[in-house]
Write a new protein. Structure first.
Length: 320
């Protein structure tokens, strides 16, 4: 994105110097920053750090682009069109022409960290030969090889590219721009050489499926002390078992049972710290465990410490 596009998104310029600009995004759901660098004409590298539940994008590309997005931490929900939703998670790479970048981007874990390499294809067509003579790969080469169109192409767990992306996150300031340039050229070479993963099953979910899974998520949070089988959840929310499990994992990054246990233990840890008047057995009961021994086993499995020791270490002591 150029400066004008960022301002249209409501971004506020916080600082700018030596080809680096820091932009801030704010809404009622939180805030985020994007730190951008002009690596060479037509090539922008941006580091994205968002701590918010969602972001409303009004971006409409006014030029021919190729964007390469990498998710370092967190998750992002986006719509590729036709009332469908898709997700990127830590380690994923997304190749995108930015033809559909308007709408709501949701961060299910309330945070997202990653980077974007954006090529202005018309400018790069002129600038790349000046930067590196006879360089064999261009954005057009990548677009043709990966058969990119209106919908983004996502590579889940892009292990072949992880070294390149990982090195972009940790660069000494004194060599920052030339190092970025080298790594972006390497990125283009790898995209031209790496095996293209098979598409496999459709990576998209119907919006109605996602809405039901989010309703299940909210229901389990509200009824944390009660136990429901997955079959019961499937019937209650009128969604088949397999789509329910697959969609929940894509939205929240873990299976329903795993997420529920983690949520219960996080809540139990909070109660252990803040409610010294409650016994460990009472806290276990509040998060769905009638048996104190089973609660202790579950807490240790997730938190790697038994509840009584956790309470002592965190300062609020109470005899159980």
């Amino acid at each position: 994105m150029d400066t004008g596009s960022l301002r249209k998104q409501g971004a506020v310029l916080l600082a700018q110097s030596d080809g680096c600009a820091v932009w801030q995004f704010c809404n009622e759901a939180g805030e985020g920053t994007m730190t951008t660098y002009e690596v060479f004409p037509g090539v922008m590298l941006g580091f994205n750090d968002f701590h918010m539940e969602y972001f409303e994008s009004r971006y409409v590309a006014d030029r021919r682009l190729l964007a390469i997005d990498h998710c370092r931490e967190g998750r992002m929900e986006y719509s590729p069109g036709n009332d469908r939703l898709a997700y990127t998670a830590a380690g994923d790479m997304k190749l995108d022409l930015r033809q559909q970048h308007t709408g709501t981007f949701v961060f299910p874990s309330h945070h997202y960290h990653g980077l974007t390499v954006a090529f202005d294809r018309d400018i790069v067509q002129r600038s790349l030969p000046q930067e590196v003579r006879d360089f064999p790969v261009t954005p057009e080469t990548v677009i043709a090889r990966w058969e990119l169109g209106a919908c983004p192409r996502v590579v889940h767990g892009a292990e072949a590219m992880e070294r390149i992306f990982g090195e972009l996150y940790r660069v000494p300031e004194q060599i920052r721009i030339p190092y970025f340039k080298v790594k972006i050229l390497e990125l283009l070479l790898c995209l031209d050489a790496m095996p293209i993963p098979a598409e496999g099953e459709t990576p998209y979910f119907c919006r109605t499926q996602v809405e039901k899974v989010k309703a299940i998520h909210a229901f389990l949070r509200e009824h944390v002390g009660e136990n429901f089988t997955q079959e019961a959840l499937s019937r209650r929310f009128a969604i088949s078992m397999t789509p329910m499990k697959t969609c929940f994992r894509s939205v929240y990054g873990m299976a329903i049972g795993t997420w529920r246990t983690q949520y219960r233990m996080d809540l139990a840890a909070e109660l252990l710290r803040q409610r010294p008047e409650l016994s460990i057995a009472e806290i276990g009961g509040q998060v769905g465990y009638d048996n104190a021994g089973k609660f202790t086993e579950a807490f240790k499995r997730v938190m790697h410490i038994i509840p009584s020791e956790y309470r002592k270490e965190r300062g609020n002591r109470h005899e159980t």
